[in-house]
Design a protein around this ligand. Structure first.
Ligand code: SF4
Length: 284
């Protein structure tokens, strides 16, 4: 199936988000999804546009709120494969409360963060992922705040799938998205996705020099949460690959009592017409 549509992205030439778009399209096709069974929800930011650039259901939500919308979709229709997406500012600043609780809820959703370590859409301010000392219009003397460590937070919150990739490594990114989509539970994939226009520090070359592929670490076991946390801390969060996966824990929708297989959208409403209109009137 073709997950491309005819809308031309208006990202800057060279933006890392192009690769994320391509990886989602390839991963969805590779695992045999149909466009009518995939929904892509996004927040606000340059990366938020991605929901309009994939041939699937798209929902461009509000700032930091892609995850509540995505969880609502999944609750209503379990047959949908749901991807939530956004940038590091969207998910790790205004949206961080939702991110942490979605992780610990473990609903069957894949969350893809395009982490460019800056706010791009608003033309270059320090984000929660910017390094200490990072100079922008909002921090002209350098950021004095600590850099947020999202994957360590995810592990602490009980994540069952944690991965990280890089826009330049389309093969790895596609494979991780495929694995995330097939994981039972919440899968979080952070993607180093350079902003070529406003972030002149964390460039493609900078990432190439600083990331550490897990394939280079002999004996690494992605089922070992303590090892995952230790390696993340040792490498300053620069690992790429499948960092952690718990294949045993069941997803939220498979644990919640009375949550029917067919999802709310497919269940019969056993109300008479009169009762139905009375119910509707209560919402007016
Ligand atoms: Fe991408 Fe940065 Fe351009 Fe936004 S401003 S589209 S993040 S390169």
């Amino acid at each position: 199936k073709d997950f491309r549509n005819n809308i031309k992205p208006n990202w800057c030439p060279g933006c890392g988000d192009f690769s994320v778009q391509a990886a989602i399209q390839r991963a969805a096709a590779n695992i045999g999804l149909e466009p009518e069974n995939l929904a892509v929800v996004s927040g606000i930011g340059c990366s938020g546009r991605i929901s309009g650039y994939i041939n699937a259901y798209g929902f461009h939500g509000i700032h930091g709120r892609s995850l509540p919308i995505a969880q609502g979709l999944k609750m209503a229709n379990r047959e949908l494969t749901v991807i939530a997406s956004g940038g590091d500012g969207d998910g790790f600043a205004i949206g961080m409360g939702h991110t942490v609780h979605a992780i610990r809820r473990n609903m069957n959703i894949t969350y893809i963060v395009m982490d460019n370590q800056i706010y791009g859409l608003t033309k270059g301010q320090t984000s929660p992922r910017s390094a200490e000392g990072f100079k922008t219009k909002s921090t002209p003397q350098g950021s004095i705040e600590s850099t947020l460590a999202p994957l360590e937070i995810a592990l602490s919150a009980g994540a069952t799938f944690v991965a990280q990739s890089f826009s330049s490594n389309l093969k790895q990114l596609t494979s991780l998205i495929e694995q995330g989509l097939q994981h039972e539970g919440f899968s979080m994939i952070n993607v180093f996705s350079p902003c070529v226009t406003f972030n002149k520090i964390n460039t493609y070359d900078w990432f190439k020099e600083n990331i550490i592929d897990l394939e280079e670490i002999e004996g690494y076991d992605p089922s070992n949460r303590i090892q995952a946390m230790t390696k993340l801390m040792e490498t300053g969060g620069m690992l790429t690959g499948l960092i952690y996966q718990d294949k045993q824990k069941k997803s939220y929708e498979n644990l919640v009592a009375g949550f029917k297989e067919e999802g709310l959208a497919k269940q019969n409403i056993s109300l008479s017409e009169e009762e139905f209109h009375k119910l509707l009137a209560e919402f007016k």
